[in-house]
Ligand binder design. Sequence first.
Ligand code: ADP
Ligand code: MG
Length: 243
Amino acid sequence: MPDTSPRLEVRNLVRRFEGTCVVDDISLSVAPGQVTCLLGPSGCGKSTTLRIIAGVDCQDAGEVLIDGHVVAAPGHFVPPEARGIGLMFQDFALFPHMSVADNIGFGLKATGSERTARVDKLLERVNLSGFGNKAPHMLSGGEQQRVALARALAPRPRIMLMDEPFSGLDNRLRDGIRDATLELLKEEGSAVLLVTHEPDEAMRMADEIALMRKGKIVQRAAPYNIYNQPADRRAAEFFSDVN
Ligand code: ADP
Ligand code: MG
């Protein structure tokens, strides 16, 4: 039987900036092999939620659990590098002095042919076969972003946090890279929390959508259900452009 107990769990998370609650009692969970989309308009608190889960920001209340173990709670903090989390944020940065292949292999423990095989497979998946020896500055913005994606996926993170990772890609490439990313993440059985402000992207990629507004989750449901039975009129309007 597949393991369906949550790999990532967030309970009653609260984060205030200057008295304003930007994350207001957020709870969610993600099982292995599942993609949950945190979907909502700009400024609703998506990135802040992700940053707390990653361990690069701290909550004012609530807790984060990984595999049932608390990694963040009042008075308890497991550092980011000990959480087994892969990150793909909007403002990715490649190591400029390393080749594309070395960037992708950076987080790998494997050496020799095993390492080369993993890097080559990832290069192929992000449509960059043959780019391994190039320097990052020789690549376009979209190509660099795909390298960053491959680098994040390389160590097979148990949890993958992605913050608008496809937003800089042109339309022609985006669907292909989305599909390749999903396929890889599913293969690895990662638990994925994907942040996006685009209903289209959530509909395409999510097993479950958590619709956010002003720091709160207003609805959690499968894409089909949330599209057909939005919780309220504003949710319906938010999805009205999806084709
Ligand atoms: P989203 O990712 O959904 O666009 P964010 O989580 O980035 O939203 O931001 C939520 C709100 O919190 C915004 O109003 C933003 O201006 C505010 N905010 C985020 N980070 C900080 C910070 N470090 N200090 C003060 N306000 C912040
Ligand atoms: Mg954001």
